[in-house]
Design a protein around this ligand. Structure first.
Ligand code: SF4
Ligand code: SF4
Length: 313
């Protein structure tokens, strides 16, 4: 069984009919936020390229946090007939796309009051300082707001489990393209033009999975706009104590030997083996805190918490 945080179904709370933001005389302002390693810059570059190809003037600016996963990253994309400044003033964002839940909440004040659209992955990347209490089941210092509470303050908002959708396609790294698909529903560009731009941008061998990710994100929002909103997302919790069994999947093909997980594991139970691939050397010490999974810049670690019923079989 997957762990209880990521098995949540996607949820949406559409409050208004589909809003098409189109660049008339004013620039269209899109803010994309997340943490390092999630693909924020890729999303903004695809949007900028597409807008440029449609004849708009485009200005894009980006700020990288830590180069490795965990640092805050954001990118402003503005396009229209004429764009004077590369940065979007607070309160002027037409669409806020967040690749991480807490980052999305942090940037909400930038959204246009009343008309701004919020599209947010429910993915939670908890920074190490939020897990100072290392006991299994200990509370984390991380955003406690639920999507339902957040959406009450936003004109149109979607909380989408893009990471889970990308995982179902076999490539967690395509979560940012799921969000691109979601974003595409709010802008007046054709899906053919979107898909052409995505295909131009991603590595050739990943074109099929990325196009499918794009279609799922787009389809998900279209469904969400017509279906009953329902599911709330539980606050993230670290592994609870027994009877959960902790199991680490480490993908050697994706591990780049960066050593981050080894250095950041609070229990010091990971090593780089002779091939310089991360390995769980002391499984009995692992608490299932998931820091290694959240901090790996290459999505190479998956921490599974096997449920009691799975153990009984
Ligand atoms: S598993 Fe991830 S964090 Fe650990 S060494 Fe490999 S790439 Fe780095
Ligand atoms: S191996 Fe990963 S899940 Fe286990 S204690 Fe270390 S950081 Fe936490």
């Amino acid at each position: 069984m997957r762990d209880p945080v990521t098995t949540v179904r996607p949820a949406a709370w559409p409050k208004t009919p589909a809003l098409k933001v189109g660049p008339a005389d004013d620039a269209c302002n899109v803010l994309i936020v997340g943490v390092g390693g999630q693909g924020v810059i890729m999303v903004s570059k695809v949007l900028a390229l597409l807008a440029q190809s449609q004849g708009f003037e485009v200005k894009q600016s980006e700020v990288h946090g830590m180069a490795k996963r965990g640092g805050s990253v954001f990118s402003h994309v503005r396009f229209g007939k004429r764009v004077w400044s590369p940065t979007i003033p607070k309160g002027d964002v037409d669409i806020l796309v967040a690749l991480e839940w807490a980052e999305g909440l942090r940037w909400l004040p930038f959204l246009k009051a009343g008309s701004g659209i919020f599209i947010c992955d429910t993915k939670r990347i908890v920074p190490p300082f939020a897990c100072l209490n290392r006991k299994p089941g200990a509370p984390m210092r991380y955003s406690k707001e639920t999507p339902a509470e957040v959406v009450a303050h936003v004109g149109e908002a979607y909380a989408i489990d893009a990471t889970d959708m990308a995982e179902q396609l076999g490539n967690e790294r395509a979560a940012n393209v799921v969000l691109l698909g979601a974003l595409s529903t709010a802008l007046d560009f054709s899906s053919t033009d979107w898909e052409r731009t995505v295909a131009e941008f991603v590595p050739k061998k990943t074109i099929p999975v990325n196009l499918e990710a794009f279609r799922r994100g787009r389809g998900w929002i279209e469904d969400a706009r017509t279906s009953t909103p329902a599911v709330d997302v539980p606050a993230p919790t670290p592994a609870t104590a027994a009877p959960y069994r902790i199991r680490l999947d480490i993908n050697p093909a994706w591990c780049k030997s960066c050593d981050i997980c080894v250095k950041m594991c609070p229990e010091r139970c990971l090593i780089l083996n002779a091939e310089r691939i991360a390995e769980l050397a002391a499984p009995d010490k692992c608490t299932g805190c998931r820091l290694c999974e959240w901090l790996c810049p290459d999505f190479a670690i998956r921490v599974n918490l096997d449920a009691p019923e799975a153990l009984a079989r």
